[in-house]
Write a protein that binds this ligand. Structure first.
Ligand code: NOJ
Ligand code: NOJ
Length: 427
């Protein structure tokens, strides 16, 4: 009935407005992507840090994050390596990225030789000038060497394709033992120590972790391919065997009653206990471990998303139903979290956790019915993040559960890197 009184052409105009809105929406994500890159690179150029160091944040007090965490650095570099050849960046940016990647490789090669309290490669963090940190900390953290190895392997392939095979053999991977190149050292460490308990991604719980295991599994598979390419055939076989052994244990993380993937089993130490059994580290493990679709991980991810939707006052108007208007929910680390970025006044949403959901929904687009998510929901997670960013796309570690204002370490390098990877998956 109504349609009859609409002037001709209105439907076409409506479609055109839709189209214009879509273009504008993607354009603003593009713009924030450029900011994220700029802000990330600015952290890598911070005075007071050694060349190649990846400070977690320029914040030197409340909290002091002016350290090089091996995990953060590995993830940040993996994101940069994925970006380096993207035509979105001009030549100056590209050569800056390349210079930082090479400096990071040289820096990590030194750190691997720096005596530390973990007594091995599982040392979680170093001073920004490369000295060991001798304070009390949750050690070891065995995800670091795995993430570092995978990122370096990705760069090694790029070097090989660009005709720099000899460079790779000199500075990244050579088969000799004892290992003298950084990738080989990390792979040997991962292959021989993955069974050992270590502290988790959040540095709070000592035990066996899904995140750690899944990035170890990934590093061994990535490393095996490179080893084979470089003629280290027996090592390739050994790394694949170990990866296979890790994979055989994945089922243990599945909660026998609730049926979803838990973050930790065999806890031996640490100060939190997650009664919910839910943690975004499981999703991060699936993403950075580049795992196949898995129903138990999928279930954990969905339950956590719904928990946060209810939990944070900030999510009062959020929705998971893309047929309705609204932002996607703000996402934190785990329901029981109390770390507020400085002290312990209560957990908040984190940018990097929100970005993990953006990336995941965009990547699983097509596997789900359009009303329950896919790329549209992924875009809404990116928009949730953008909604809480500061001027010039600045991002701290957290944003407050009540009013959404930024909280915790300012300009967290990992927040920028995870925005870049999520935007990559969604655009
Ligand atoms: C800093 C850690 O990195 C963070 O994950 C943890 O929650 C707090 N310290 C409390 O130990
Ligand atoms: C605290 C986080 O929990 C941990 O994962 C991270 O490595 C450090 N902050 C540094 O960003």
């Amino acid at each position: 009935m109504m349609a009859a009184i609409l002037p001709m052409g209105t439907e076409v105009e409506a479609r055109e407005t839709d189209q214009a809105q879509r273009v504008q929406r993607l354009q603003s994500i593009h713009d924030r992507r450029a900011y994220a890159m700029e802000n990330l690179l600015s952290n890598l150029n911070e005075v007071g840090a050694a060349a190649g160091a990846v400070i977690a944040s320029p914040s030197r007090s409340t909290p002091d994050y002016f350290y090089h965490w091996v995990r953060d650095a590995g993830l940040v570099m993996a994101a940069l390596i994925a970006e380096v050849d993207d035509p979105a960046w001009d030549d100056a940016t590209r050569s800056q990225i390349e210079r930082h990647i090479r400096a990071w490789i040289a820096f990590e090669s030194r750190l691997q030789e720096t005596p530390n309290r973990s007594g091995g490669l599982g040392e979680p963090r170093f001073m920004a000038d490369g000295r060991a940190d001798d304070g009390e900390w949750g050690r070891p953290q065995n995800d670091g060497p795995a993430l570092r190895a995978s990122a370096m392997v990705a760069f090694a392939w790029r070097e090989i394709w660009n005709g720099r095979r000899n460079e790779v053999l000199r500075t990244l991977y050579r088969g000799e033992l004892p290992a003298r190149t950084p990738i080989k050292k990390d792979l040997e460490f991962v292959a021989h120590h993955w069974r050992e308990a270590s502290f988790d991604i959040w540095e709070e719980v000592k035990g066996t972790h899904f995140f750690t295991r899944s990035v170890q599994h990934r590093a061994l598979l990535d490393g095996a391919d490179l080893a084979e390419e470089l003629g280290d055939v027996d090592a390739a076989k050994f790394y694949r065997q170990q990866a296979h052994a890790i994979a055989q244990d994945f089922g243990e993380f599945r909660d026998p009653v609730r049926g979803f993937t838990r973050p930790t089993i065999h806890q031996v130490d640490g100060w939190t206990h997650k009664a919910s059994g839910l943690d975004v580290s499981v999703l991060l493990g699936a993403i950075h471990g580049r795992m196949r679709k898995d129903s138990a991980v999928y279930r954990a991810t969905e339950l956590l998303e719904r928990d946060f939707l209810q939990r944070y006052p900030l999510n009062a108007k959020a929705t998971l139903n893309v047929a309705r208007a609204g932002l996607a929910p703000a996402i934190g680390r785990y329901p029981e979290d109390v770390y507020d970025g400085v002290g312990f006044a209560g957990g908040n949403p984190w940018f990097l956790a929100t970005h993990a959901y953006a990336e995941w929904h965009c990547r699983t687009d097509g596997l789900r019915s359009s009303s329950t998510g896919g790329r549209e929901l992924g875009l809404r997670y990116l928009e949730r993040s953008m909604h809480h960013q500061g001027p010039y796309g600045s991002m701290s570690e957290q944003y407050r559960r009540t009013d959404g204002y930024m909280q915790g370490a300012r300009d967290l390098t990992w927040s920028y890197a995870s925005f870049l990877s999520a935007a990559r998956a969604c655009l």
